[in-house]
Design a protein around this ligand. Structure first.
Ligand code: NAP
Length: 484
């Protein structure tokens, strides 16, 4: 299958925080890959901006080293790298100061697509937005891209939204959740809304429950002080997992249009019930399997921040009443895997005697590793000896199914940055969506803080705290095994 690369319009993209970790690991390598693929037209410019006093050549040298480190070797073509870095510039700018803004104004053209990527701490979002406006750099068509975390509670998210809204309207603001740029996440919409097969069954009448798992093997080492202020609920559930839940639970939008899709996601968030304390299990990894514990990584020996959370969410609407969504995510777990598993109900009546062999149909959508889908089906066990049942997977790896090009799936960041240039907001969170997600999250966090709940311990390299198992057992269900 030949993938189509449609070049975007020429653009000027300014990366505030161009010298930072995200720019080095994701943004610059992602832009290079799109350039390599022929999607970025000549005449486009990428301008790094940060306080560091460096020359354009030094910034280009940094870009070359980021490409060398983070781009696959088979895409590192010296001639293409030379052409790419020739598009790159740099301005020394302090987001809170006055220097550099006039020079930036001279550089940024008004007759091409203008995008400003705020790859800096959220505390600088307001300063940058204000100066882009004050110095006459941004226009009414400019786009701004803002990174997570978008607030740490409803009040701070509202303040960030209000700060940006002073200078940019909602159609100009692209709030990145890189989960939405993953191929499989977008495929959730294709699977649901481009096939008649699943939609009639996509409701509580036929679906027993949904499990969403994002398990990581990494610890918080190296970013412990930052992580300790956030925890798994703020870092993963409020944003990434909420988005996955929305894509599974939302009604069909009338069109694949940014606001139509986001309206439907918003309705799901608003229909979420408050979560009962007994439906939440928080965990913190302890030293185990030769690995250090959370408290050694976070620099606060009495920290109660969770590195793991499991919870049961209920959606009160006609489609989902009676079908719980179990969410779990954690650091330092036994395997790195992200998946959504949709477990169907039993057939109303079995005509077979071999009830023991029967298992529920489960549709598993794997986000990583090996993006793909797998539908667990019942079939007859081969051979003589009567009608015995067994379960087999109908397995599809997207990379295999799509051949060589399928294996070359773009990284979430590169796809999302191209969407910004195209002006397509479908895969970005709208302000009201973010606020609604915080409105659901705040009482959960406030509840455990008020109760002084401590997280349960779990061994590094395990599947999480024992109590999380009970969360499911209590309901007569089981978590799927965490494995790659
Ligand atoms: P970082 O490595 O600390 O980089 C911060 C950048 O901001 C640097 O380029 C820094 O350069 C610049 N900066 C700091 N103060 C400035 C000021 N007053 N004026 C202008 N520039 C200033 O952070 P990061 O990891 O790249 O993260 C950037 C943003 O992305 C954060 O909001 C983060 O939460 C988010 N994010 C990061 C990741 C990731 O994987 N790194 C993932 C998801 C989200 P100078 O010191 O030279 O000014």
């Amino acid at each position: 299958m030949v993938s189509r690369v449609i070049p975007v319009e020429p653009f000027d993209l300014v990366i505030f925080g161009g010298t930072g970790d995200l720019a080095r690991r994701k943004i610059i390598p992602g832009l290079y890959r799109r350039f390599w693929a022929g999607q970025i037209p000549e005449g486009s410019a990428i301008i790094g901006a940060a306080r560091s006093d460096m020359t354009e050549d030094e910034f280009r040298t940094n870009a070359r080293s980021a490409i060398a480190e983070f781009v696959a070797k088979d895409k590192q073509d010296p001639a293409i790298i030379d052409a790419f870095v020739a598009c790159i510039g740099y301005e020394t700018i302090d987001a809170k100061g006055t220097a550099g803004w006039a020079a930036l104004k001279k550089r940024v053209r008004k007759d091409v697509v203008q995008a400003f990527y705020f790859s800096v701490a959220p505390s600088l979002f307001g300063d940058i937005a204000e100066r882009l406006h004050k110095h006459g750099i941004a226009t009414k068509d400019s786009r701004i891209v803002v990174e997570k975390p978008f607030g740490r509670d409803l009040a701070s998210a509202k303040a960030l939204n209000a700060g940006l809204a002073q200078h940019f309207n909602e159609a100009q603001i692209y709030r990145i959740d890189h989960y939405l740029g993953k191929e499989t996440v977008q495929n959730l919409m294709a699977v649901r809304f481009a096939n008649i097969l699943f939609e009639p069954l996509w409701k509580s009448e036929y679906i027993d429950h949904v499990q969403i798992t994002v398990a990581e093997t990494v610890s918080v080492e190296g970013r412990g002080a930052y992580y300790d202020k956030s925890g798994a609920m703020r870092d993963m559930v409020q944003n990434h997992m909420m988005q996955l839940l929305c894509l599974i639970a939302m009604e069909p939008p009338y069109h694949f249009d940014p606001d139509a899709v986001r309206d439907e996601k918003l309705k799901v968030i608003r229909a979420l019930d408050p979560v009962r304390p007994e439906d939440i299990v928080r965990g913190q990894y302890m030293a185990g399997n030769g690995q250090a514990g959370y408290l050694e990584h976070c620099e606060d020996a009495s920290s109660k921040t969770e590195s793991y959370i499991a919870l049961k969410a209920n959606i009160s609407n006609w489609r989902w009443k009676g079908t719980p969504f179990y969410l779990r995510t954690g650091k330092r777990l036994r395997a790195r895997t992200s998946e959504i598993a949709i477990t169907f109900r039993e057939p109303p009546h079995s005509i077979f005697d071999d009830a023991e062999g029967w298992r529920e149909n489960v549709l598993v959508i794997r986000l990583q590793p090996n993006e793909g889908m797998n539908l667990m089906m019942m079939i007859k066990e081969p051979g003589p000896g009567g009608m015995r049942l067994t379960q087999v997977p109908l397995d599809m790896s997207f990379a295999e199914a799509l051949g060589a090009d399928g294996a070359d799936i773009p990284d979430a960041y590169e796809r999302l940055i191209m969407d910004v240039i195209r002006g397509n907001q479908t895969l970005f969170m709208r302000g009201d969506e973010v606020e609604a997600a915080w409105a659901w999250t705040d009482p959960i966090i406030n509840g455990w803080e008020a109760r002084g709940d401590k997280p349960r311990n779990y061994d590094a390299g395990s599947s999480g705290p024992e109590d999380a198992l009970m969360l499911m057992h209590r309901d007569g269900r089981r978590w799927r095994e965490i494995r790659e």
